[in-house]
Design a protein around this ligand. Structure first.
Ligand code: AMP
Length: 466
């Protein structure tokens, strides 16, 4: 049997009419619709020259069509490469040059600039807007719905997601079909997902959390999701009356707590609130329990590893802890220098191993090698400890990284842009505590004394570059 993620998600769908996705404007998309639409799109990708193993780079607003594009790309045996919608053309240039996609799909508003970049690597360009319209949809509509899903091995790549570290530019984390399937199936069981679940999907789909954790878990469970283009606390509270699960970054929870309508009553239909991608403050956890009667279930993962740990469904969901290693995942804490495993409660480097851990960084064999121990454990860059009950706690980051509102901001990248401004001698970018975003990005800039350089001038010079 093929190990293609698409086959494992859809080959045994019995009830084609079962609801998979609904949208606030009344759209209802069944499992059968997803199979049909992904077939048309996959045929169109092939017609545009996308071959097995090719990268399809995608920078588009969230829409059902964008999710269908993900499914179609995987179905065609190609590699899905989503890009943050906030990236500027300057940033996109690097990703296209590094990944050498054969097709780039972008918002119609960016098509001119993207086409210039795509031409350099010989890539074709298609468009898709926030409403799901564009040349991609027009082309797919002309195609047949029947498509034979391309057979793939478990180790073959399904996706590349860019992520960064202390030095240099972003690295493409290569995720295999087996990485994604194994983690989704584990989470379906661990979080007790069933076909009766209705997920409020308010996360972006260019990141692990919204794309793989939220979407794959829902589809594997044959559950359904309410697909929202963005997070709006009032809308989310309204939907809780008929939904069962919310997945969010900590900022979702702090924002919801600021809303007077959040109560035991308004959350009574919900069975599970999941948080991840950044630390959920213990205070937020406690406040949430007091207001709603629900203990937020915090989990820990990263682009390279999918999800590693989770607080239990039944046992204690401990405020400030990211929970226990998921079934099949090994977690240990080591001395960062020597790699020697440390005793319980000692603080060190968190390392993980399991079927969830990625295949390495795209075209960076040396970097990949240096991030793994000889026995196959991946060095996460997160510092923490494992307590006497086996719960993992994250206490800091060994990697230079600011996480603001759940999004990674790499100081080095911001510093490089600031340092390039005329009149700047040097700069240092740091995260400072921020009540809403968890961490806020702050730059300390040393200006050339002979030049008049104001804070406004620096901000203006960065406009459009980051
Ligand atoms: P990303 O690759 O963008 O998903 O970022 C992964 C990083 O987010 C991890 O290496 C952690 O530093 C951080 N992270 C994810 N989940 C949590 C959590 N529950 N608590 C604290 N940090 C987290």
């Amino acid at each position: 049997m093929t190990a293609n993620l698409f086959s494992r998600l859809f080959d045994d769908v019995k009830d084609l009419d079962r609801l998979a996705i609904e949208t606030p404007d009344g759209g209802r998309i069944s499992y059968g619709d997803l199979i049909e639409r992904s077939g048309r799109t996959a045929n169109h990708l092939v017609a545009r020259g996308v071959k097995v193993g090719d990268r399809v780079a995608v920078q588009v607003e969230k829409s059902v069509e964008a999710l269908v594009l993900y499914l179609a790309t995987v179905r065609a045996g190609a590699v899905f490469l989503p890009l943050n919608t906030a990236y500027t053309l300057n940033e996109i240039d690097y990703f296209i040059g590094d990944a050498e996609p054969s097709l780039v799909v972008c918002d119609p508003a960016k098509v001119e600039g993207v086409t210039t970049l795509a031409r350099r690597v010989g890539a074709e360009v298609e468009t898709l807007d926030a409403a799901g319209r564009g040349s991609l949809s027009d082309g797919a509509a002309q195609q047949d719905a029947a498509f034979v899903t391309v057979a793939r091995n478990g180790d073959d790549l399904a996706a590349i997601l860019y992520t960064s570290g202390t030095t240099g530019r972003s690295k493409g984390a290569m995720l295999s079909h087996d990485n994604l399937v194994s983690n989704s199936r584990t989470l379906v069981d661990f979080w007790r997902f069933t076909d009766r679940d209705v997920l409020i999907h308010a996360l972006p789909i260019y990141h692990t959390h919204g794309l793989f954790v939220a979407s794959n878990v829902t589809l594997f469970a044959r559950a359904s999701m309410i697909f929202l283009s963005k997070f709006d606390p009032n809308q989310v509270i309204d939907l809780m009356a008929r939904a069962t699960v919310l997945m969010g970054v900590p900022t979702f929870y702090t924002r919801l707590l600021q809303n007077q309508r959040l109560s035991r009553d308004t959350t009574s239909h919900m069975r599970l609130f999941i948080s991840g991608s950044a630390p959920l403050l213990a205070d937020t956890h406690r406040e949430w329990s007091a207001r709603t009667g629900h203990a937020v279930l915090e989990r820990y993962g990263m682009t390279e590893t999918n999800m590693n740990t989770s607080n239990p469904y039944d046992g204690d969901r401990v405020p400030g802890a990211v929970g226990l290693p998921l079934p099949g995942v090994s977690v240990r804490v080591t001395d960062p220098e020597s790699g020697t495993e440390l005793a319980r409660d000692a603080i060190g480097m968190i390392e993980v191993k399991g079927p969830n851990v990625f295949r390495g960084y795209w075209r960076m064999p040396e970097k990949t090698k240096s991030e793994f121990r000889g026995d196959g454990f991946f060095i996460t860059g997160d510092l923490g400890k494992i307590d006497g009950k086996g719960y993992v706690h994250i206490l800091g980051r060994g990697k230079d990284l600011v996480i603001s509102g759940g999004f990674n901001v790499y100081p080095k990248e911001v510093e490089s842009e600031i340092d390039a401004i005329a009149g700047v001698v040097e700069s240092a970018v740091i995260g400072v505590p921020h009540a809403d975003f968890g961490e806020g990005v702050t730059a300390v800039v040393v200006a050339d004394k002979t030049k008049a350089l104001s804070e406004d001038a620096v901000l203006q010079a960065l406009d459009g570059r980051l």
